[in-house]
Design a protein around this ligand. Structure first.
Ligand code: G3P
Ligand code: CA
Length: 320
């Protein structure tokens, strides 16, 4: 459906309402409606992921929600970064050559620069854009607050609590910090800001259960499932367990491709389905383009929403 912006906002509300009501009702039929576009790490095909430029472009390309992966600095500030380490997307090795840890990961020795070993002031000295291209040099890692201030009123937020076990081991109260930040912007309750719906996601069952049961978080929660996790999460019984602590699932698109019935099983018990990640560089072999692939998942398989690096390629109607 090629709706106006106002119509799309209205359907976004329906999606959030559906996610929220799954917590309250044992069985909710999902309405057919406009599909939801989540910009994965911003418009990350065109700008360095998790920079304000990538978020701004995502909004310009019509994102209904902009994703933030969250990490925690040494001085307890939430920052938007996918990895728990700074090495892949910044020049940390040049700026702080001695601040590494030597670790063994999967039996291999590695030198890493952990986000949580650096203060925000130090992290702000890093260039988070040059790895992507010289035209992006000088981009910095945004705080979650900076992301909220840029996005609110213009799109929804879809934050992911990354690496909760790491932060638990480091003694960081990640989830409290997260809710505190949302509270500061009056975004911690569903419907507080109609123009800025918030959906929270994690691969970690425990943190979602804690948010919901111990910290009283009523925001819609999405449980992410990847190919390395126990596949029984996506059985009927597994999905009923998900329903205890989340309103939706976010499976890898490969899992849905192998077993498209997951969508029906999830919908039958009132869970929404938001697969990841769609982009123009990794299109499944049977499709000619990222848009064709997204169209299949949205309109043939019937998922409710999806994460894409290419918001401009999101099909608002089925492709022929
Ligand atoms: O959160 C959905 C998707 O982003 C999960 O994968 O690794 O990109 O965070 P990742
Ligand atoms: Ca993510």
């Amino acid at each position: 459906m090629n709706g106006t912006r106002a119509e799309r906002v209205s359907w976004k509300r329906v999606y959030v309402l559906l996610l929220f009501t799954t917590f309250l009702l044992s069985s909710v039929a999902l309405a057919e409606g406009e599909k939801i576009l989540v910009a994965h790490r911003g418009a990350s095909a065109y700008a360095p992921e998790h920079t304000l430029a990538a978020y701004e472009l995502a909004i310009a390309q019509g994102a209904d929600y902009v994703e933030q992966d969250l990490q925690v600095t040494k001085d307890g500030v939430l920052v938007c970064l996918h990895d728990p380490i700074l090495d892949r997307t910044t020049n940390v090795e040049e700026v702080f050559p001695d601040r590494f840890r030597d670790v063994v990961l999967d039996g291999v020795e590695r030198r890493i620069w952990l986000v949580n070993d650096f203060t925000l002031a130090e992290i702000k000295q890093l260039d988070a854009g040059s790895w992507f291209g010289s035209e992006s040099a000088g981009a910095t890692i945004p705080t979650f607050k900076e992301a909220i201030e840029l996005i609110r009123g213009r799109s929804g937020l879809f934050p992911e609590l990354k690496d909760p076990k790491l932060y638990r081991d480091l003694g960081t109260s990640f989830e409290e910090l997260f809710l505190e930040t949302l509270r500061e912007y009056k975004l911690d309750q569903p419907g507080q800001d109609q123009k800025t719906p918030v959906i929270v996601q994690s691969f970690d069952e425990d943190i979602l259960r804690r948010l919901k049961n111990e910290l009283g978080c009523q925001l819609p929660l999405v449980f992410l499932v990847n190919q390395e996790m126990d596949s029984s999460w996506l059985s009927s019984e597994g999905l009923r367990r998900v329903k205890e602590f989340a309103g939706g699932i976010g499976p890898s698109k490969h899992l849905l491709h192998r077993d498209p019935e997951i969508v029906k099983r999830a919908h039958d018990i009132g869970l929404t389905v938001t697969p990841y990640t769609f982009n123009s560089t990794h299109v499944l072999a049977q499709f000619d383009s990222a848009s064709a692939e997204m169209s299949y998942f949205l309109y043939d398989l019937g998922v409710d929403a999806l994460f894409t690096d290419n918001p401009d390629l999101f099909p608002r109607a089925p492709l022929p």
